[in-house]
Design a protein around this ligand. Structure first.
Ligand SMILES: CC(C)(COP(=O)(O)OP(=O)(O)OC[C@H]1O[C@@H](n2cnc3c(N)ncnc32)[C@H](O)[C@@H]1OP(=O)(O)O)[C@@H](O)C(=O)NCCC(=O)NCCS
Length: 187
């Protein structure tokens, strides 16, 4: 368990903790139904007060000891601007099982950014947090997210029927559930 502030550097990106000054970037990027319709608990329209609430939550949770969650702001090297997030939720740390979620500003899609960011967070989760199981769920209709899970070598575990209802659309979705285990992760 790592309790201090975490920074992860990749070839093109810096992943860092969320901070107060991310407010406008978060608000501008997340107020997009193409993003919130694939995520849980995100209202649409997404107001500035919603962005503020999330940022306060991230700052508070980053100070918890032990930590239960890591919310990484995705930023491009040399531009300290939030363009997305990767979230590790230690929902079941007793069993060394952690959940992964992510989103990216629409202006940045299809450049391999989330693949690169998630790869680095997988390394952090397995090699620094020493977890045993990393899991992620994607709506069956979410082509990009399912592609990322497969591309990064996650194993498909099955389909959770009517498991998710996004706040933004109130539509019911089946989830594809994926996982990777420590012994399957090679780095
Ligand atoms: C899904 C999402 C995270 C993808 O981020 P991204 O940085 O554009 O993804 P990448 O560029 O790393 O793409 C990884 C692979 O997925 C494919 N892919 C990504 N988006 C796709 C789409 N909309 N349709 C088809 N394929 C897609 C890419 O082609 C790539 O495959 P390849 O390397 O074989 O070409 C982004 O579109 C997003 O934030 N969507 C809305 C929120 C969301 O769905 N979050 C995830 C919830 S589980």
């Amino acid at each position: 368990m790592i309790n201090s502030t975490v920074i992860i550097k990749t070839k093109r990106l810096i992943l860092r903790e969320v901070k107060k000054s991310d407010l406008n970037d978060l608000f501008n990027d997340m107020n997009n139904i193409k993003i919130s319709s694939f995520m849980l608990g995100i209202p649409f329209p997404f107001k500035k007060s919603d962005a503020n609430q999330w940022i306060n939550h991230c700052i508070k949770s980053s100070k918890k000891v032990p930590r239960e969650e890591y919310v990484f702001a995705i930023t491009v090297r040399n531009e300290d601007k939030l363009i997305g997030e990767v979230i590790l939720n230690e929902n079941d740390f007793d069993n060394k099982s952690v959940e992964l979620a992510f989103w990216l500003s629409e202006s940045q899609w299809n450049k391999g950014i989330v693949t690169e960011a998630v790869e680095s967070v997988m390394d952090f989760a397995f090699n620094k947090l020493k977890i045993n199981r990393l899991e992620m769920a994607a709506f069956v209709e979410n082509v990009g997210s399912n592609a990322i899970a497969k591309k990064l070598g996650f194993k498909y575990e099955g389909r959770k029927r009517e498991a998710s209802i996004p706040e933004s659309t109130k539509k019911v979705h089946d989830d594809n559930l994926y996982s990777m285990l420590r012994r399957e992760y090679r780095k």
